[in-house]
Design a protein around this ligand. Structure first.
Ligand SMILES: [Zn+2]
Length: 328
C-alpha cells in the first residue's frame, strides 16, 4: 500500500493507494503552515495508515514547481514556508519510508492519464492537464511519460504574457495568463470593468465574496460586465490552448480545477478561439475532457507515482543482488 498526499493552502488531502483504488480518503485542515508542523501532520497520517496497512512509500503533491533532483521547491504562493530546499531535505530525513515529491498539477496529470476512462479508451499518449489554480501551471504527459523538464519547471505558464496591454501581474510584467484565467484573476478583471456597468448584478456581491461561478452565472443571464470578462478570459485561454495544441499535438486536453469544472460554455468558447490559431488537423484530432478524478486527482497521481518508484527501486535492488560478484 502507498499513501498519496496533496498539500493545499488550507487542507491536506490523502488516501491509501492499493495499485488500483484509492481508499480511506480524507481531508484534514492545516493547523499551521510552518514546514515542521506540516511534516508533523504528514507523519501523523503515515502513523495512522501504518496501524491499518503495510505502507511501502508516500507520494506528496505540492502546490508549486518541484525540482526533485536538486530537492528544491520553487515559488509556492499557497505555502510560502515550504519554498527552497529545507522542506524536502527534512521530509526525507524524518519520514521512515521512501518519499516521492512532485508538483500537484503534474501528479494530477499522471493520475488522470492512468485512470481516466476516455483517455484509456482512445489510447492517448500525449495529454495536457490544465487546472487554472494559482499559480497557473499545466501538467504534461508526452509519449506516455510524465514530462517535468530537466529542472521540474515544465508547464509553468502563469507568467506567459499574451498581451502587452493586459493587466499588471504580481511579477511586474503585464498581460500574464494568470491575471485572466485563475479564480483571483477573474475577480480582479470584474473589479476593473464594473464601473462601466452600473446595472450589473455582480455589483450586488461583495468583491471579497465573488467567485468565478458567480461571473459565469451572471454571464448566462446576459450580464454585460460578466460577459466582457468572460469574453476576454476565453480569448486568453484560447491563445494558450492554440499554442499548446500546435506545440504538442495532444490527443486530449483535460480540464480540472474549479474555474473550468463549473462552466462548459467557457471551455467551448476558449476552444473556438484556439481553433482559429491551431493547425486544423491538430485541433480536430484533440479531444477536450473534464477531469475524472476531480478533487482527488493529485492524490491518485501521488499514490501511483510512489508505487511506481517503489517498484523501480525494488527491481534495481534485485538486479544489483544478482550481479554482485560471489566470494570465492
Ligand atoms: Zn506575471
Amino acid at each position: 500500500m502507498w499513501i498519496g498526499i496533496e498539500l493545499t493552502a488550507s487542507f491536506i488531502k490523502h488516501g491509501l493507494f492499493d495499485g488500483q483504488r484509492l481508499i480511506h480518503r480524507e481531508v484534514t485542515g492545516i493547523h499551521n503552515r510552518e514546514s515542521d508542523r506540516l511534516i508533523e501532520q504528514i507523519l501523523q497520517i503515515l502513523e495512522n495508515a501504518r496501524n491499518r496497512e503495510k505502507v511501502r512509500g508516500i507520494g506528496i503533491a505540492i502546490p508549486a514547481q518541484v525540482d526533485p533532483d536538486h530537492h528544491e521547491i520553487l515559488e509556492s504562493p499557497a505555502l510560502p514556508a515550504i519554498e527552497g530546499t529545507g522542506f524536502l531535505h527534512r521530509i526525507g530525513e524524518q519520514l521512515p519510508v521512501a518519499v516521492t515529491v512532485g508538483s500537484d498539477v503534474q501528479m494530477a496529470a499522471w493520475g488522470e492519464y492512468h485512470f481516466h476512462p476516455e483517455i484509456r479508451q482512445i489510447r492517448a499518449q500525449n495529454v495536457i492537464y490544465i487546472a487554472p489554480e494559482f499559480p497557473f501551471r499545466v501538467g504534461l504527459v508526452l509519449g506516455g511519460r510524465l514530462y517535468t523538464g530537466t529542472l521540474g519547471l515544465a508547464g509553468h505558464l502563469g507568467h506567459f504574457s499574451v498581451s502587452p496591454e493586459g493587466p499588471k501581474c504580481t511579477c511586474g510584467r503585464t498581460g500574464c495568463v494568470q491575471t485572466w484565467i485563475t479564480p483571483a484573476g477573474l475577480v480582479t478583471a470584474v473589479q476593473s470593468v464594473l464601473w462601466k456597468y452600473p446595472q450589473s448584478r455582480l455589483r450586488q456581491i461583495r468583491i471579497e465574496n465573488l467567485r468565478p461561478e458567480d461571473v459565469f452565472e451572471a454571464a448566462r443571464f446576459a450580464d454585460r460586465a460578466a460577459m466582457e470578462v468572460m469574453d476576454t478570459s476565453a480569448r486568453v485561454l484560447g491563445i494558450l490552448l492554440g499554442c499548446l495544441t500546435n506545440m504538442f499535438q495532444p490527443d486530449a486536453i483535460l480540464f480540472g480545477g474549479t474555474v473550468f469544472a463549473s462552466n462548459d460554455f467557457f471551455v467551448q468558447k476558449a476552444w473556438n478561439h484556439a481553433r482559429e490559431i491551431a493547425i486544423p488537423r491538430a485541433s480536430r484530432h484533440c479531444v477536450l475532457l473534464h477531469s475524472h478524478l476531480k478533487y482527488f486527482a493529485a492524490v491518485w497521481g501521488a499514490g501511483l507515482l510512489a508505487m511506481q518508484r517503489d517498484a523501480t527501486a525494488r527491481k534495481s535492488a534485485r538486479s544489483s543482488r544478482k550481479t554482485r560478484p560471489r566470494r570465492e
